[in-house]
Design a binder for this molecule. Structure first.
Ligand code: KG4
Ligand code: ZN
Length: 350
């Protein structure tokens, strides 16, 4: 089954053809990140205007890369939310038009679930995650710990939210602290790069011992919720109060504080729910330090869980993950019934 995925929830315009939910035949992502780096963040109106221009060429490119034609496609999958309303509408209206024009079924997809399914891409059928499973979805707008009790068939009875951020998302904390430090947008990759420079100068033992400048919010709370806005304020206060600072060290400090909380809370959830698989997902899972610390903790605590994380290019927003989620948990609907839904959550609370 070949699905055309379309993704426009934030500033990317993406299209991809995926076979049977796992094999990426083409994956095109156009980003207006340079424009947003000039304004220090995304201005939604500007993002949507760029997406209108990019949408059709991106779909054409995704088709051309495979030499497949409209008649070879079995369904069209599109992100309906969460995201920016103007941006979502570009993808949704395009998908509806193509669905009507090509008489293909349309599959609405929750962007956060799609992040989880990035873990299914480029993997053999016998290597896919087994259930029950937990996933930490860490993106620019969300930080969600979710539990999945069985092999995905119907979204509504297999995913439950067990914890979430009470204020800023982890990615947002990377982006906002990077701005405070003058490192540019998007902040996650900028912080990771500076932090790497700093960490490369230290040996392993030294690395963690020294990095304790900033608080680890809610790390000891007996729930699975997160909070990152206080950390952002601590960084702001520190920068205001100190005259000279080493930005590479501060980047490493910020990264370590975020990573420590994400790892600690997730490991505690793994101990409680004893899942067979743990899937890291969302743009922040492109962070090497986060992946490395998860691997170390799982090994050190001899946890019997298989750890999955997506390739970095599939961790951040892309349309292959949309097509994959559509294949495994999507439901065909009539194009008339598809609408953008900017505020939807990954799932209901457990
Ligand atoms: O999932 P995503 O591409 O878009 C949303 O759905 O929000 O996530 C984007 C977020 C941004 O906050 C970005 O700074 C962060 O992911 N990010 C990273 C890294 N690469 C992207 N954060 C930390 N380290 C990275 N290497
Ligand atoms: Zn995303």
């Amino acid at each position: 089954m070949i699905i055309l995925g379309i993704e426009t929830s934030c500033d990317e315009t993406a299209a991809s053809l995926v076979e049977d939910g796992t094999a990426t035949l083409s994956n095109v992502v156009a980003s207006s990140v340079e424009m947003h780096s000039r304004t220090g963040g995304i201005i939604p109106e500007n993002a949507a205007r760029e997406q209108i221009k990019a949408m059709i060429p991106v779909i054409e490119q995704a088709m051309d890369d495979t030499k497949l034609r409209a008649q070879d496609i079995d369904a069209i999958a599109v992100t309906v939310g969460p995201g920016l309303i103007g941006s979502l509408l570009v993808g949704v209206e395009t998908a509806r038009t193509l669905s009507a024009l090509w008489t293909k079924p349309i599959i609405p997809v929750n962007h956060l679930l799609a992040h989880i399914f990035a873990n299914y891409l480029e993997r053999d059928k016998n290597e896919l995650p087994s259930f029950p499973a937990l996933s930490l979805v860490v993106s620019g707008g969300h930080t969600d710990l979710v539990h999945m009790n069985s092999v995905p068939q119907n979204v509504h009875n297999f995913v439950r939210l067990i914890g979430s951020t009470r204020d800023d998302a982890a990615g947002e904390c990377f982006d906002k602290t990077a701005r405070i430090l003058g490192l540019g947008y998007p902040g996650g990759p900028a912080i990771a790069k500076c932090a790497k420079k700093y960490l490369n100068k230290k040996d392993n033992n030294e690395q963690s011992k020294e990095l304790n400048l900033f608080p680890r919010p809610m790390i000891d709370s007996d729930d699975f919720d997160f909070s990152f806005s206080g950390l952002k304020t601590s960084v702001l206060n520190y920068v205001k109060e100190t005259q000279k600072h080493d930005n590479d060290k501060l980047a490493a400090e910020v990264q370590e504080a975020i990573v420590d909380v994400l790892v600690e809370k997730s490991i505690r959830a793994i101990r409680k729910y004893k899942p067979k698989s743990f899937m890291l997902s969302g743009g922040v899972s492109a962070n090497e330090r986060l992946v490395e610390k998860f691997k170390k903790r799982i090994q050190a605590e001899k946890l019997e869980v298989k750890f999955f994380y997506p390739e970095a290019r599939l961790a951040t927003d892309n349309a292959a993950a949309i097509a994959s989620a559509a294949y495994f948990v999507g439901k065909h609907v009539d194009w008339i019934a598809v609408t953008a839904n900017p505020g939807i959550r990954v799932a209901d609370r457990l």
